[in-house]
Design a protein around this ligand. Structure first.
Ligand SMILES: *Cc1c(COP(=O)(O)O)cnc(C)c1O
Length: 355
């Protein structure tokens, strides 16, 4: 007999806003691997570092967004919503569309004007969402989302939806259960700052319940060209190749600020170059393919190790938020790839292989 499959909401039911009658919409999200780094600590010059990666790209639609979306869609169904809506060009739309398909709910995705890179919304298309391009920028699209949701009974599933962060906090529970304690530090990319806030909620709760004697210091990293929290002001035209964290005015700014301060951590930023270095190292030294945005966590850790802000013998978890396959072109762009054909014989082959 097959083992019983327990959804993330089922497993952590007592900590989530559901009751026994709630019909859960699940795609098998959560329970993602926590993998120990093997060669990076020594390669970075910190051989005593205890480093782990939380591989959130292994969620059903390839990012941590699924943890919040399972709960947001479950509650939308329970509240008899006529459909769900989000303004998004990335992982939120992929996740919203998948869980809506599973629930049999209509899903509308508003794309800001001029948005033509269909590859990024391939998942949303495939899961049957209705894509609508509006003649306005992202902020205008989000305003419309708010207006239409009040008007037509469609539920917003952007991160203003309160259930998103509640579902996302389960990742912290998993880290504690896997390690048997809370790590000293959690390093995480920061865009709308929801995820860092959600992890803090999870760690704080387990600490308060006495499940861990401590809670980790939260170190969040914005991209340098898109760092409103670091500079203390809204960025009008955020720029970075890490598109998932290209956010100029984070929704969860205040809660994330508190998460860092209360835990004894810090919000900082890393350059695109530092992000790409970390991204390459993850692939070549650890066999991990994450989105460039995700590598901001490792880039930030490296920065704080070098500055002595994080000690070299600490236990650290880096959250790798999304799957590298979402962004298949970056590896070719940043690596020297030579595909000139060689003669189809053994000696030519041996030569290019270096034997
Ligand atoms: C959404 C997202 C982020 C940013 O998370 P926030 O909660 O907005 O701070 C980072 N990485 C990936 C891959 C994402 O999809």
């Amino acid at each position: 007999m097959a083992a019983e499959i327990v959804s993330l909401i089922d497993k952590y039911r007592e900590f989530l806003p559901v009751d026994l009658n709630t019909k859960i919409v699940s795609l098998g999200e959560g329970d993602t691997p926590l993998v120990k780094a093997t060669s990076l600590p020594a390669a970075l010059g910190f051989p005593k570092l205890n480093l782990y990666f939380k591989l959130e790209g292994l969620n059903p639609t390839g990012s941590f967004k699924d943890r919040g979306m399972t709960l947001a869609i479950t509650k939308a169904v329970e509240d008899k919503a006529t459909g769900v809506i989000c303004a998004s060009t990335g992982n939120t739309s992929a996740s919203a569309a998948a869980f809506s398909a599973k629930a049999g709910l209509a899903c509308f995705v508003l794309l800001p004007y001029g948005y033509v890179a269909l590859g990024k919304v391939a998942q949303a298309i495939h899961y049957g969402a209705k894509l609508i391009q509006v003649k306005g920028n992202f902020d205008r699209a989000l305003e419309l989302v708010k207006e239409i949701s009040a008007d037509c009974g469609v539920t917003i599933v952007n991160s203003l939806n309160p259930f998103r962060l509640e579902g996302q906090k389960t990742a912290a529970f998993e880290v504690v259960e896997e390690l048997g304690n809370a790590p000293d530090y959690l390093c995480i990319p920061v865009g709308n700052a929801g995820n860092i806030s959600a992890y803090r909620r999870g760690f704080k709760l387990f600490h308060e319940l006495g499940r861990t004697p401590s809670a980790p210091k939260m170190h969040g990293f914005e991209a340098a060209g898109s760092a409103p929290m670091v500079h203390g002001k809204i960025v009008e035209n955020p720029e970075t190749l890490a598109t998932a964290i290209r956010i100029g005015n984070p929704v969860s700014w205040k809660e994330a600020d508190l998460a860092a301060k209360e835990s004894g951590g810090k919000i900082d930023c890393v350059t695109d170059e530092e992000i790409l270095d970390a991204y390459k190292w993850l692939g070549a030294k650890e066999g991990v393919f994450c989105e460039p945005s995700s590598a901001a966590s490792l880039a930030g850790l490296i920065k704080h190790l070098k500055e002595g802000i994080i000690p070299g013998d600490a236990e650290v978890v880096c959250v790798l938020t999304g799957n590298g396959l979402k962004d298949p072109e970056t590896p070719q762009k940043i690596n020297a790839v030579n595909l000139d054909p060689v003669e189809a014989d053994l000696s030519a082959l041996k030569k290019v292989m270096g034997f």
